[in-house]
Unconditional design. Structure first.
Ligand SMILES: [Zn+2]
Ligand SMILES: [Zn+2]
Length: 344
Protein backbone atom coordinates (compact mmCIF):
# COMPACT_ATOMS: atom_id res chain seq x y z
CA UNK A 1 0.00 0.00 0.00
CA UNK A 2 1.00 3.64 -0.30
CA UNK A 3 1.84 5.54 2.88
CA UNK A 4 3.13 9.00 3.83
CA UNK A 5 6.17 8.20 5.98
CA UNK A 6 7.90 10.58 8.38
CA UNK A 7 11.53 10.16 7.30
CA UNK A 8 13.12 13.50 8.10
CA UNK A 9 12.33 16.62 10.14
CA UNK A 10 9.28 18.21 8.56
CA UNK A 11 9.17 15.80 5.66
CA UNK A 12 6.68 13.13 4.66
CA UNK A 13 7.71 10.89 1.78
CA UNK A 14 5.31 8.73 -0.18
CA UNK A 15 6.49 5.11 0.10
CA UNK A 16 5.37 1.57 -0.62
CA UNK A 17 4.73 -0.03 2.74
CA UNK A 18 3.64 -3.65 3.44
CA UNK A 19 -0.15 -4.10 3.56
CA UNK A 20 -1.35 -4.70 7.15
CA UNK A 21 -2.33 -8.30 7.95
CA UNK A 22 -4.92 -9.76 10.33
CA UNK A 23 -3.06 -11.55 13.16
CA UNK A 24 -5.52 -11.64 16.08
CA UNK A 25 -9.26 -12.49 16.10
CA UNK A 26 -10.22 -8.90 16.99
CA UNK A 27 -7.96 -7.28 14.37
CA UNK A 28 -9.63 -5.10 11.77
CA UNK A 29 -8.13 -3.53 8.64
CA UNK A 30 -9.59 -0.12 7.82
CA UNK A 31 -9.25 1.74 4.50
CA UNK A 32 -8.62 5.32 5.62
CA UNK A 33 -11.20 7.81 4.34
CA UNK A 34 -10.00 10.93 6.14
CA UNK A 35 -7.12 11.68 8.49
CA UNK A 36 -6.69 15.10 10.06
CA UNK A 37 -3.38 16.80 10.83
CA UNK A 38 -3.27 17.61 14.55
CA UNK A 39 -1.21 20.15 16.48
CA UNK A 40 0.68 17.27 18.10
CA UNK A 41 1.53 15.88 14.64
CA UNK A 42 3.09 19.23 13.74
CA UNK A 43 5.09 19.10 16.97
CA UNK A 44 6.20 15.47 16.32
CA UNK A 45 7.06 16.08 12.68
CA UNK A 46 9.31 18.97 13.61
CA UNK A 47 11.83 16.44 14.91
CA UNK A 48 13.91 13.81 13.19
CA UNK A 49 12.04 10.50 13.72
CA UNK A 50 13.58 7.73 15.84
CA UNK A 51 12.43 5.30 13.13
CA UNK A 52 10.40 5.71 9.94
CA UNK A 53 6.81 6.09 11.13
CA UNK A 54 3.44 6.68 9.43
CA UNK A 55 1.82 9.58 11.35
CA UNK A 56 -1.90 10.29 11.77
CA UNK A 57 -4.24 9.58 14.68
CA UNK A 58 -7.44 11.56 13.90
CA UNK A 59 -9.14 9.31 11.36
CA UNK A 60 -12.15 7.44 10.07
CA UNK A 61 -12.65 5.03 7.18
CA UNK A 62 -14.34 1.96 5.82
CA UNK A 63 -13.63 -1.58 7.05
CA UNK A 64 -11.73 -3.70 4.52
CA UNK A 65 -11.20 -6.97 6.43
CA UNK A 66 -12.02 -8.36 9.89
CA UNK A 67 -10.61 -11.14 12.08
CA UNK A 68 -12.70 -14.08 13.33
CA UNK A 69 -14.01 -12.17 16.37
CA UNK A 70 -14.48 -8.50 15.46
CA UNK A 71 -17.44 -7.64 17.73
CA UNK A 72 -20.11 -7.33 15.05
CA UNK A 73 -18.06 -5.26 12.60
CA UNK A 74 -17.94 -6.30 8.94
CA UNK A 75 -16.31 -5.19 5.69
CA UNK A 76 -18.00 -2.07 4.29
CA UNK A 77 -18.88 -0.58 7.72
CA UNK A 78 -18.03 3.13 8.03
CA UNK A 79 -16.06 3.54 11.25
CA UNK A 80 -14.40 6.12 13.47
CA UNK A 81 -11.24 4.88 15.21
CA UNK A 82 -10.33 5.94 18.73
CA UNK A 83 -6.60 6.74 18.58
CA UNK A 84 -5.60 5.45 22.03
CA UNK A 85 -4.25 1.90 21.98
CA UNK A 86 -3.44 -0.74 24.60
CA UNK A 87 -0.55 -3.22 24.33
CA UNK A 88 -2.78 -6.23 25.16
CA UNK A 89 0.17 -8.01 26.83
CA UNK A 90 0.93 -6.26 30.14
CA UNK A 91 -0.47 -7.35 33.53
CA UNK A 92 -3.17 -4.68 33.50
CA UNK A 93 -4.31 -5.49 29.93
CA UNK A 94 -4.54 -9.21 30.77
CA UNK A 95 -6.39 -8.58 34.06
CA UNK A 96 -9.39 -6.66 32.68
CA UNK A 97 -10.59 -6.09 29.15
CA UNK A 98 -10.47 -2.29 29.45
CA UNK A 99 -7.81 -1.90 32.14
CA UNK A 100 -5.26 0.88 32.42
CA UNK A 101 -2.51 -0.38 30.11
CA UNK A 102 1.04 0.07 31.43
CA UNK A 103 2.28 0.83 27.92
CA UNK A 104 -0.48 2.81 26.23
CA UNK A 105 0.00 4.13 22.71
CA UNK A 106 -1.47 6.46 20.11
CA UNK A 107 -1.60 5.57 16.41
CA UNK A 108 1.16 7.36 14.50
CA UNK A 109 3.12 8.93 17.38
CA UNK A 110 6.91 8.89 17.41
CA UNK A 111 7.95 6.49 20.22
CA UNK A 112 8.41 2.74 19.70
CA UNK A 113 5.26 1.78 21.68
CA UNK A 114 3.06 3.60 19.14
CA UNK A 115 1.58 1.61 16.22
CA UNK A 116 1.70 3.01 12.65
CA UNK A 117 -0.77 5.83 11.98
CA UNK A 118 -3.39 6.57 9.36
CA UNK A 119 -1.60 8.58 6.67
CA UNK A 120 -1.76 5.46 4.53
CA UNK A 121 -4.28 3.61 2.38
CA UNK A 122 -4.88 1.04 5.13
CA UNK A 123 -4.33 0.67 8.85
CA UNK A 124 -4.51 -2.25 11.29
CA UNK A 125 -6.69 -1.50 14.34
CA UNK A 126 -8.58 -3.49 16.99
CA UNK A 127 -12.36 -3.83 17.16
CA UNK A 128 -12.44 -2.23 20.64
CA UNK A 129 -11.24 1.05 19.06
CA UNK A 130 -14.11 1.26 16.57
CA UNK A 131 -17.37 3.25 16.52
CA UNK A 132 -19.84 2.89 13.62
CA UNK A 133 -20.40 6.23 11.88
CA UNK A 134 -24.03 7.11 10.98
CA UNK A 135 -24.68 7.39 7.21
CA UNK A 136 -25.41 11.12 7.36
CA UNK A 137 -22.09 12.03 9.03
CA UNK A 138 -19.10 12.48 6.67
CA UNK A 139 -15.97 10.55 7.71
CA UNK A 140 -13.97 13.81 7.94
CA UNK A 141 -16.48 15.16 10.48
CA UNK A 142 -16.35 11.92 12.51
CA UNK A 143 -12.56 12.24 12.62
CA UNK A 144 -12.94 15.46 14.65
CA UNK A 145 -13.84 13.27 17.66
CA UNK A 146 -10.28 13.43 19.00
CA UNK A 147 -9.90 17.25 19.09
CA UNK A 148 -13.50 17.53 20.34
CA UNK A 149 -12.71 15.08 23.15
CA UNK A 150 -9.71 17.25 24.10
CA UNK A 151 -12.05 20.27 24.35
CA UNK A 152 -14.54 18.29 26.45
CA UNK A 153 -11.78 17.02 28.73
CA UNK A 154 -10.58 20.61 29.23
CA UNK A 155 -14.08 21.53 30.47
CA UNK A 156 -14.06 18.45 32.75
CA UNK A 157 -10.83 19.65 34.38
CA UNK A 158 -12.25 23.03 35.38
CA UNK A 159 -15.05 24.28 37.64
CA UNK A 160 -18.67 24.41 36.40
CA UNK A 161 -19.06 26.67 33.36
CA UNK A 162 -22.81 27.11 33.85
CA UNK A 163 -23.71 30.84 33.53
CA UNK A 164 -19.98 31.69 33.78
CA UNK A 165 -18.21 34.00 31.32
CA UNK A 166 -15.48 31.92 29.64
CA UNK A 167 -12.54 33.12 27.55
CA UNK A 168 -10.78 30.93 24.96
CA UNK A 169 -7.26 32.09 24.06
CA UNK A 170 -6.72 30.68 20.55
CA UNK A 171 -9.56 30.12 18.06
CA UNK A 172 -8.07 27.14 16.23
CA UNK A 173 -9.91 23.85 15.75
CA UNK A 174 -9.96 22.90 19.45
CA UNK A 175 -10.88 26.45 20.50
CA UNK A 176 -13.78 26.60 18.05
CA UNK A 177 -15.02 23.16 19.15
CA UNK A 178 -14.65 24.21 22.78
CA UNK A 179 -16.80 27.30 22.18
CA UNK A 180 -19.60 25.03 20.92
CA UNK A 181 -19.23 22.70 23.92
CA UNK A 182 -19.42 25.66 26.32
CA UNK A 183 -22.65 26.78 24.62
CA UNK A 184 -24.14 23.29 25.03
CA UNK A 185 -23.05 23.27 28.67
CA UNK A 186 -24.89 26.50 29.47
CA UNK A 187 -21.94 28.88 29.80
CA UNK A 188 -22.73 32.61 29.94
CA UNK A 189 -20.72 34.80 27.54
CA UNK A 190 -18.12 32.90 25.52
CA UNK A 191 -15.24 34.99 24.15
CA UNK A 192 -12.57 33.87 21.66
CA UNK A 193 -9.20 35.57 21.16
CA UNK A 194 -6.97 35.03 18.12
CA UNK A 195 -4.47 36.96 16.00
CA UNK A 196 -6.01 35.59 12.77
CA UNK A 197 -9.10 37.52 11.62
CA UNK A 198 -10.26 34.53 9.56
CA UNK A 199 -10.44 32.30 12.66
CA UNK A 200 -12.53 34.91 14.49
CA UNK A 201 -14.80 35.16 11.48
CA UNK A 202 -15.48 31.40 11.62
CA UNK A 203 -16.20 31.81 15.33
CA UNK A 204 -18.76 34.55 14.66
CA UNK A 205 -20.39 32.32 12.03
CA UNK A 206 -20.83 29.55 14.59
CA UNK A 207 -22.96 31.31 17.16
CA UNK A 208 -23.31 34.14 19.60
CA UNK A 209 -19.67 34.44 20.56
CA UNK A 210 -17.63 37.52 21.50
CA UNK A 211 -14.40 37.79 19.49
CA UNK A 212 -11.28 39.80 20.25
CA UNK A 213 -8.16 40.34 18.18
CA UNK A 214 -4.95 39.45 20.00
CA UNK A 215 -2.98 41.99 17.97
CA UNK A 216 -3.17 44.92 20.38
CA UNK A 217 -2.23 43.61 23.82
CA UNK A 218 -3.21 46.75 25.72
CA UNK A 219 -6.66 46.98 24.13
CA UNK A 220 -7.16 43.23 24.57
CA UNK A 221 -6.37 43.38 28.28
CA UNK A 222 -8.83 46.25 28.69
CA UNK A 223 -11.58 44.27 26.95
CA UNK A 224 -10.85 41.05 28.86
CA UNK A 225 -10.66 42.82 32.22
CA UNK A 226 -14.12 44.25 31.56
CA UNK A 227 -15.53 40.71 31.14
CA UNK A 228 -14.59 39.72 34.72
CA UNK A 229 -14.34 36.12 33.56
CA UNK A 230 -13.50 33.38 36.04
CA UNK A 231 -12.47 30.71 33.49
CA UNK A 232 -9.79 31.04 30.81
CA UNK A 233 -8.72 28.26 28.42
CA UNK A 234 -5.13 28.65 27.15
CA UNK A 235 -4.99 27.13 23.67
CA UNK A 236 -2.56 29.37 21.80
CA UNK A 237 0.60 27.67 23.05
CA UNK A 238 4.16 28.07 21.83
CA UNK A 239 5.44 31.44 22.97
CA UNK A 240 2.19 33.38 22.55
CA UNK A 241 1.71 35.95 25.38
CA UNK A 242 -1.81 34.61 25.96
CA UNK A 243 -1.04 32.76 29.21
CA UNK A 244 0.32 35.92 30.76
CA UNK A 245 -2.68 37.90 29.49
CA UNK A 246 -5.04 35.30 31.00
CA UNK A 247 -3.35 35.51 34.41
CA UNK A 248 -3.47 39.30 34.16
CA UNK A 249 -7.18 39.52 33.27
CA UNK A 250 -8.90 36.68 35.13
CA UNK A 251 -11.09 37.38 38.16
CA UNK A 252 -9.51 36.65 41.59
CA UNK A 253 -10.06 32.99 42.47
CA UNK A 254 -10.48 32.08 38.79
CA UNK A 255 -9.15 29.06 36.91
CA UNK A 256 -6.85 28.92 33.88
CA UNK A 257 -6.95 25.60 31.99
CA UNK A 258 -3.59 24.89 30.34
CA UNK A 259 -4.44 22.89 27.20
CA UNK A 260 -1.80 23.78 24.60
CA UNK A 261 1.83 22.69 24.30
CA UNK A 262 4.59 25.02 25.46
CA UNK A 263 7.77 22.96 24.99
CA UNK A 264 9.93 25.96 25.92
CA UNK A 265 8.13 26.46 29.24
CA UNK A 266 6.48 29.71 30.26
CA UNK A 267 7.12 32.61 32.59
CA UNK A 268 4.22 33.23 34.94
CA UNK A 269 3.40 36.17 37.17
CA UNK A 270 3.79 34.24 40.41
CA UNK A 271 2.81 37.17 42.56
CA UNK A 272 -0.50 37.53 40.76
CA UNK A 273 -1.32 33.79 40.86
CA UNK A 274 -0.50 33.69 44.57
CA UNK A 275 -2.06 37.03 45.53
CA UNK A 276 -5.32 36.41 43.65
CA UNK A 277 -5.51 32.74 44.62
CA UNK A 278 -5.72 31.65 40.98
CA UNK A 279 -5.96 28.00 39.94
CA UNK A 280 -3.82 26.70 37.09
CA UNK A 281 -5.01 23.27 35.87
CA UNK A 282 -3.09 21.13 33.39
CA UNK A 283 -5.11 19.33 30.70
CA UNK A 284 -3.50 16.38 28.91
CA UNK A 285 -5.08 13.75 26.67
CA UNK A 286 -8.73 12.75 26.98
CA UNK A 287 -10.81 10.73 29.44
CA UNK A 288 -13.05 7.81 28.41
CA UNK A 289 -16.08 9.94 29.30
CA UNK A 290 -14.85 12.82 27.14
CA UNK A 291 -14.32 10.47 24.19
CA UNK A 292 -17.82 8.95 24.54
CA UNK A 293 -19.43 12.38 24.73
CA UNK A 294 -17.44 13.66 21.73
CA UNK A 295 -18.72 10.75 19.63
CA UNK A 296 -22.29 11.30 20.81
CA UNK A 297 -22.22 15.06 20.03
CA UNK A 298 -20.72 14.56 16.56
CA UNK A 299 -22.94 11.66 15.57
CA UNK A 300 -26.12 13.43 16.71
CA UNK A 301 -25.22 16.45 14.58
CA UNK A 302 -25.00 18.84 17.53
CA UNK A 303 -21.53 20.05 16.53
CA UNK A 304 -21.21 22.27 13.46
CA UNK A 305 -18.16 20.56 11.95
CA UNK A 306 -18.15 21.66 8.30
CA UNK A 307 -16.60 25.16 8.70
CA UNK A 308 -13.69 23.68 10.66
CA UNK A 309 -12.37 21.57 7.77
CA UNK A 310 -10.66 24.03 5.42
CA UNK A 311 -8.43 21.80 3.27
CA UNK A 312 -8.35 18.21 1.98
CA UNK A 313 -5.39 16.77 0.06
CA UNK A 314 -4.64 13.42 -1.57
CA UNK A 315 -1.97 11.27 0.10
CA UNK A 316 0.75 12.19 -2.41
CA UNK A 317 0.46 15.83 -1.29
CA UNK A 318 1.11 15.05 2.38
CA UNK A 319 4.08 17.42 2.71
CA UNK A 320 2.04 20.23 1.13
CA UNK A 321 -0.81 19.44 3.52
CA UNK A 322 1.59 19.66 6.46
CA UNK A 323 2.87 23.00 5.18
CA UNK A 324 -0.71 24.30 4.90
CA UNK A 325 -1.47 23.09 8.43
CA UNK A 326 1.55 24.89 9.88
CA UNK A 327 1.31 28.20 8.07
CA UNK A 328 -1.38 30.68 7.16
CA UNK A 329 -4.92 30.65 8.38
CA UNK A 330 -6.05 27.06 7.78
CA UNK A 331 -8.12 25.24 10.38
CA UNK A 332 -8.32 21.41 10.10
CA UNK A 333 -6.26 20.12 7.19
CA UNK A 334 -7.10 16.55 6.13
CA UNK A 335 -5.62 13.89 3.90
CA UNK A 336 -7.85 11.52 1.98
CA UNK A 337 -5.59 8.52 1.19
CA UNK A 338 -8.14 6.57 -0.92
CA UNK A 339 -9.50 8.62 -3.85
CA UNK A 340 -12.76 6.63 -3.91
CA UNK A 341 -13.47 7.55 -0.28
CA UNK A 342 -12.80 11.28 -0.67
CA UNK A 343 -15.84 13.22 0.56
CA UNK A 344 -17.58 10.08 1.88
ZN1 LIG B 1 -4.99 14.99 17.80
ZN1 LIG C 1 -1.07 -3.13 28.22
Amino acid sequence: MRAAVHTDAFELSLQDWPDPEIRAPDDVIVRVGSVGICGSDKHDLDHFPARPQIPGHEFAGVIHEVGADAAGFKPGDRVLVRPHTRCGKCGECLKTPRGECLSPGVFGCRGVQHPPGAMAEQILVRAENLWKVPDNIPLAHAALADPLAVAIHAVERGPSVRAETCVIMGAGVIGLLLAQVLRLDGAGEVALVDVLASHLEVARGQGEFLTFSGDDREKLEGDLNALKSGIFFELAGGEAPTLDAAIQCIRPGGTVLLVSQRPGGAWINYQRVMGNELNLHGVAGVSDEAWERAVELLFSGRINAAPLITHTYPLEEATRALDTACHGDSLKVCLSPNPDLMGC
